[in-house]
Design a protein around this ligand. Structure first.
Ligand code: CA
Length: 253
């Protein structure tokens, strides 16, 4: 879609996915679309190859839906972008649920999504599940998204500590996911980008293995998004690589 306004900042970005050290298949997927300022990470779940299929559906279908919508709306304002991101993710979720009900290969499937859409010096972040967006600004790392998970709810209500969450029996339970039966919307937020900002989108294969302090240290010392992705995946594997690891790093110079 030539001529579409993306962002006036010139952006560099890289993405990397890795199966990890324990699993046989990689159920994560990602998108780095510099031309349209769209970045996505999805972590699939479900038996057999269903998780793999689900995250592939998210990363192949959702960008097309969003970009076609933006094209139709011409230069939408922030409110319209956020409204339509919610609607499009809900629509995809309902489509995936309907498809899963009909196809054995997709039974019980679902996928997280975290996406960043950069428009006119702003980042719009949408997510469902426990894949996260972080903002690294002025050498400080901030988790931008709240996990949609049982343990994150328990931590927020003060019932357990963040340390308890790592070993809690319900730690794998996600409360919102693309493909769930209930018509649940994603959370969408917007913030202005500043020069030097780095955005990190990642699956829980990174955050379950590497602390926020170590992630920040890697983002502080790596010269390019590609270097950062390489070292983040390496750190998760060094820590055990118990899950698939996916990272996308976006940088505003
Ligand atoms: Ca995972």
């Amino acid at each position: 879609m030539p001529g579409d306004a993306t962002t006036s900042l010139s952006i560099h970005a890289a993405g990397l996915t890795n199966v990890g050290k324990v699993r046989d298949t990689n159920e994560d997927a990602y998108v780095v679309d510099l031309d349209h300022g769209l970045f996505v990470v999805s972590d699939g779940m479900g038996g057999a190859r269903a998780g793999e299929l689900a995250s592939r559906i998210v990363t192949t279908v959702l960008p097309g839906m969003i970009l076609a919508r933006l094209h139709r709306l011409r230069n939408p304002r922030t409110r319209a972008i956020r409204y339509w991101l919610r609607q499009d993710i809900l629509r995809l979720s309902q489509q995936l649920h309907a498809e899963a009900a009909q196809k054995t290969a997709l039974r019980g499937t679902g996928a997280t999504v975290v996406l960043a859409l950069l428009r006119e010096d702003r980042a719009h972040i949408a997510h469902m599940g426990d894949s996260r967006a972080y903002l690294f600004r002025e050498q400080h790392l901030r988790q931008w998204t709240d996990d949609h998970s049982i343990v994150a709810m328990l931590v927020r209500s003060g019932e357990i500590t963040a340390a308890d969450a790592k070993t809690h029996p319900a730690r794998a339970q996600i409360t919102r996911v693309v493909g769930m039966e209930a018509p649940v919307y994603p959370e969408v937020g917007t913030f202005p980008l500043k020069p030097g900002d780095r955005l990190l989108l990642c699956s829980d294969g990174l955050t379950g293995m590497v602390s926020d302090e170590d992630i920040a240290a890697i983002l502080r010392t790596t010269p390019t998004p590609q270097h950062a992705c390489d070292l983040l995946v390496h750190a998760a594997n060094e820590a055990g690589g118990k899950d698939n690891i996916t990272v996308v790093v976006v940088e505003c110079p």
